[in-house]
Design a protein around this ligand. Structure first.
Ligand SMILES: [Zn+2]
Length: 303
């Protein structure tokens, strides 16, 4: 973790500083998955260039940031609940979306809106749309199903149609951590690695696996998910951390506002950060420290 120490803060604070850690991810959908907003029947899609080298417009599937965030916030909620229970750590109940405690590391990292007069907590984990590597027509299909009669619980004659994304579809994605502490980085990485379910309210499919394919830190964000998608399209048969690190270093670091503060992690450095995060135990001392930091943060807000 020493490689990115300079980009972590000692305590979370209401006023953000510039330190940003971008976790570059490949999100692999592993079951038929409905990626749409609730009120639309269509899969979310967006027109983009084909690749960094070919500006021809194509349609891609969009995996909205709000959907990633909702699933991962819930994942961290349940991780904290299990950790608190296993460590006999007494913490206030906290659940999405109407009973946020504003005292726990999830509320501090993901942000929370207070129901009372208390000040809100601003999020320091940032999500944006993830784009499919391949084009819409290659990844989606319609499945028909026998609609179940709610009353008799039998399938009738009526057939429904669902638009779904096929298993093994890949999405390039970036989660950005702003002014986070060491323990917040650990919790965020654990959450990304353990999150497997993105189906949400649809109860259909939604299985997904996240792999960290790059880490870049700086006093700003270095690359956007769309740029990452267009870069990876060209390299889709060989997605490799060393190759990603080299184009970040060559193409994106020089374009930064403060290149001297940009740190692109190598394959082995990424491996060591990930394994340190994964292997850190969320024990009583870890929890006590993390909850105390949130308490101090709230104190600084004057609420
Ligand atoms: Zn909470």
């Amino acid at each position: 973790m020493n490689t990115i120490n300079d980009y972590l803060v000692v305590k979370p604070r209401p006023l953000l500083s510039a330190e940003a850690i971008q976790l570059l991810l490949l999100r692999e959908v592993l079951d038929y998955t409905v990626l749409r907003t609730e009120d639309s029947r269509e899969i979310n899609s967006v027109d983009t260039p084909l690749s960094i080298k070919d500006s021809k417009t194509v349609k891609r599937v969009a995996f909205l940031g709000s959907k990633q965030k909702a699933a991962e916030s819930r994942e961290l909620e349940s991780l904290l609940r299990s950790a608190c229970s296993a460590a006999n750590f007494d913490a206030k109940e906290c659940w999405l979306k109407d009973n946020l405690c504003l005292e726990c590391p999830r509320c501090a990292l993901f942000g929370a809106t207070a129901l009372s007069e208390a000040p809100n907590i601003r999020h320091r984990i940032e999500y944006s749309t993830a784009f499919s590597l391949l084009t819409f027509d290659l990844l989606t299909e319609e499945i028909t199903f026998n609609a179940v009669d709610e009353k008799t619980q039998t399938t009738g004659q009526a057939l429904g149609v669902r638009h779904v994304v096929r298993p093994a579809s890949l999405f390039a994605s970036i989660v950005t951590l702003r002014s986070v502490t060491r323990s917040e980085l650990i919790l965020a990485v654990k959450t990304l690695l353990s999150s497997k379910s993105y189906g949400g309210e649809t109860r259909i499919g939604g299985d997904c696996r996240n792999t960290v394919i790059g880490i870049v830190a700086g006093w700003e964000e270095i690359i956007t998910p769309l740029e990452l998608t267009l870069e990876l399209y060209e390299r889709r048969t060989n997605i490799d951390r060393a190759i990603i690190a080299s184009f970040l270093e060559r193409e994106y670091k020089p374009k930064a506002g403060t290149p001297a503060k940009v740190k692109v992690l190598s394959d082995s450095e990424i491996e060591s950060v990930i394994s340190e995060c994964a292997n850190t135990n969320i024990d009583n001392a870890f929890l006590a420290d993390a909850y105390k930091a949130v308490k101090e943060y709230r104190g600084q807000q004057g609420g």
